[in-house]
Design a protein around this ligand. Structure first.
Ligand code: DAH
Length: 451
């Protein structure tokens, strides 16, 4: 059975090497046979030429020649990630052998075309010791190649490479290396036909969403937004807000102080702001009345985390200073804001309280949004307002005249109000969240509900 290119069982390095070596051996052995036929005077010139043509067709014919079959059977069937490696080996093969074969056929054409007599006389020229030795060697090579061909199946990569070098003087390792490299590249290849990675739409965090809603309500009333630092001095966080150095109101703030500040005067010592009220001072220092600002931001307190407490939370501060601002303005503004946030049926109530920086001070309560202010729900006492019908929501008051003294405002000419509310607390009520920690745990199942 003459050799034909056959499909590869797999595309391992070893299988490919074996196929290439087998191809080369078969080609070489057949060429030896042709050479012997070409110089055989017993054949007619036409028969010799015919042999040569048959050889050319068999190996080089564009359509079904063995070289073309390599492309058909090895390359076309190669899996995508091996195509390049197979390509490298085939190129190596073609670049070396094809031109050589063409040349040999060309040269042997001269012999083929001769008459038998002419061949006999040519042979006689070579029928010396040297010529016979050469013929002998050719036969030895041919039989060695034949036996190699028989044992090919049992040889591994290294032995196959050795044959390539010894018999054909070609080093296939370069092609294999290039193939290995192209394998790496194949692994890195980007398949642009694959469906893309779907990026799910992000949702606004419920705290930020609530904060923006609050800010929006006041923006519509003509307020602008001011921000201040989270690391504050004692002066802004307390002193300028009318907390005297040893005032007990400081104790309620559970302040986190920055360590190693003892050598500084008290007012310069750094701390994590416990509320957004210092932004009131910073704003009044840089703006003259009329002032209407809201100040959103993060605040810190030394509180242990539980369902209703978090050491980090958010506030929105408010400040309005002008001439003739009254408690009525404060009530009207906050009543409107609560209705805008919780619905127009919500009522507000102002309950006396104390803050050092406001006088008078009040806590604002809204009618319970769970029991509509009734104190009972489904016949049972409402748990959300402890059956009172009211929920305490924020602090407020008229700016204490002492505060104006810290910012160079004339307390006899201006008046104003301030308020401060916890954002998480409002979000908890608005969205029915039962644990403040959910805002900070980053659980997507919780967060995506706000998208
Ligand atoms: N800063 C206060 C706190 O965190 C809240 C507050 C109360 C702010 C009354 C104000 C205000 O502006 O007038 O407890």
């Amino acid at each position: 059975m003459p050799y034909t290119v056959h499909k590869l069982n797999d595309y391992s390095e070893e299988t490919m090497l074996r196929a290439v070596v087998q191809f080369r051996l078969a080609l070489k052995i057949e060429w030896f046979e042709i050479e012997q036929k070409i110089v055989n005077p017993d054949l007619t010139s036409a028969a010799r030429q015919d042999e040569l043509k048959k050889f050319r067709d068999r190996w080089l014919s564009r359509k079904s020649g063995q070289f073309s079959q390599i492309n058909e059977l090895w390359l076309k069937n190669a899996p995508a990630d091996r195509k390049k490696s197979v390509g490298h080996l085939i190129n190596q093969l073609k670049q070396n052998d094809l031109p050589q074969i063409e040349q040999l056929i060309e040269k042997r054409g001269f012999f083929a075309r001769q008459s038998s007599d002419a061949i006999l006389s040519i042979n006689r020229i070579f029928d010396d010791e040297k010529g016979r030795k050469l013929q002998q060697e050719t036969l030895v090579t041919q039989s060695r190649m034949n036996s190699l061909l028989q044992t090919l199946e049992s040889l591994g990569s290294e032995e196959l490479q050795k044959i390539a070098i010894e018999e054909f003087h070609v080093d296939l390792s370069e092609a294999l290396e290039a193939a290995a490299k192209s394998k790496d590249l194949a692994a890195e290849r980007l398949d642009i036909t694959l469906p893309g990675i779907r990026r799910t739409m992000g949702a606004e965090h419920p705290v930020i969403k609530t904060m923006n809603e609050i800010i929006g309500v006041f923006r519509n009333l003509g307020y602008s937004v001011e921000e201040g630092p989270e690391i504050e001095t004692d002066y802004y966080n307390f002193e300028a807000l009318n907390f005297p150095p040893d005032h007990p109101a400081r104790d309620t703030q559970d302040t986190l102080f920055i360590a190693g500040q003892e050598s500084k005067p008290l007012r310069d010592r750094l701390l994590l702001r416990t509320h957004t009220s210092p932004v009131q001072i910073r704003t009044m220092q840089k703006m003259k009345p009329p002032v209407r600002v809201v100040c959103p931001g993060k605040v810190h307190r030394n509180d242990a985390a539980d369902a209703t407490h978090s050491p980090i939370f958010h506030q929105v501060e408010g400040l309005a200073v002008d001439t003739n601002i009254t408690f009525c303005d404060l009530k009207g503004t906050l009543d409107h804001a609560m209705k805008a946030l919780f619905g127009s049926s919500v009522k507000t109530r102002f309950y006396p309280s104390f803050f050092p920086f406001t006088e008078p001070s009040a806590d604002v309560q809204i009618s319970c949004i769970f029991c509509d202010g009734k104190g009972t729900r489904d016949g049972a006492p409402c748990r959300n307002c402890k059956a009172s019908g009211w929920i305490e929501l924020l602090g407020c008051g008229m700016v204490d005249p002492n505060v104006y003294g810290f910012v160079d405002y004339d307390a006899t000419k201006v008046s104003g109000f301030a308020f401060g509310m916890g954002v998480e607390r409002i979000a908890i009520l608005k969205y029915g969240v039962d644990d403040i920690q959910l805002f900070f745990q980053g659980d997507v199942r919780f967060l995506e509900q706000f998208g």
